[in-house]
Design a protein around this ligand. Structure first.
Ligand SMILES: O=C[C@H](O)COP(=O)(O)O
Length: 250
């Protein structure tokens, strides 16, 4: 059996962050250098406007994009290719975040193409999955997550090119979280599917939990079996809170 994967704590700044926000990244970098994230790998996904500057000050903190277009280049006004993100120093890119799926009608097929683009550019894809409140209430969570996992993740996943983030849509930015039992159920299901599809790699591909992860609930959530870290939104905007979350692994 492969050893337990190195935990990953990733911050998604979403559409937040001006030049002055780089001070938070510098504080995160310094905290990580002091060992405050322990064994965890730490990544920040700032808005694309800050990636190049973030890369200049990141230290050992990895930098990721929040989305990419499937194509290498071309007439796609406003979009960014995975190669452009890599060119600026990113090593990760989030694809299929529920806000992209909702705001831009992104399908599993498109998310899969974006993950493939990430791999083409040498990036690791953080593929997001998760049910809405209505889907959970209707008992459709496992079915939905299974379909998203099957259809959004390309063949050929490895421990280095793929991270899964389970993010119940209703938990994002709401202060609500599923019970640890519910998190355990979904993560165990994702693990089972990853192993069935990718074999030994599937046992070690990291599966993050995301959705209202805060300093006061991080330890409980990160202790759930098959939870290999967190994808943090709001609480990643302040170094103090983000380091407190990553500090679970110290
Ligand atoms: O990508 C991050 C997630 O959407 C979680 O956001 P949140 O921590 O603000 O709930």
């Amino acid at each position: 059996m492969p050893s337990r994967p190195r935990p990953l704590v990733a911050g998604n700044w979403k559409m937040n962050g001006l030049l002055a926000s780089l001070a938070e990244l510098v504080a995160i970098r310094d905290g990580v250098a002091e060992g405050r994230a322990g064994e965890a790998e730490v990544v920040i996904c700032p808005p694309a406007t800050l990636i190049a500057l973030a890369n200049d000050v990141r230290g050992t903190v990895g930098i990721g994009g929040q989305d990419c277009h499937p194509a290498l280049a071309g007439a796609h006004t406003g979009d960014l290719s995975a190669e452009m993100l890599a060119d600026l120093g990113a090593t990760y890119v989030i694809v299929g975040h529920s806000e992209r799926r909702a705001d831009h009608s992104e399908s599993d097929t498109l998310v899969r193409a974006k993950a493939q683009a990430a791999w083409r550019a040498g990036l690791s894809a953080i593929v997001c999955l998760g049910e809405t409140r209505e889907q959970r209430d209707a008992g459709l969570t496992i079915e939905l997550v299974g379909r998203q996992l099957q259809d959004s993740v390309p063949d050929g996943a490895t421990t280095t090119n793929l991270v899964i983030a389970y993010e119940p849509v209703w938990a994002i930015g709401t202060g609500l979280t599923p019970t640890t039992r519910d998190v355990a159920e979904v993560h165990a299901f994702i693990r089972e599917k990853l192993v069935a599809r990718f074999g030994e790699a599937g046992a070690a591909i990291r599966v993050l939990y995301g959705g209202s992860v805060k300093p006061d609930n991080a330890a409980e959530l990160m202790a759930v079996p098959n939870v290999d870290g967190a994808l943090v939104g709001g609480a990643s905007l302040e170094a103090k809170d983000f380091l407190a979350i990553a500090g679970v692994y110290a």
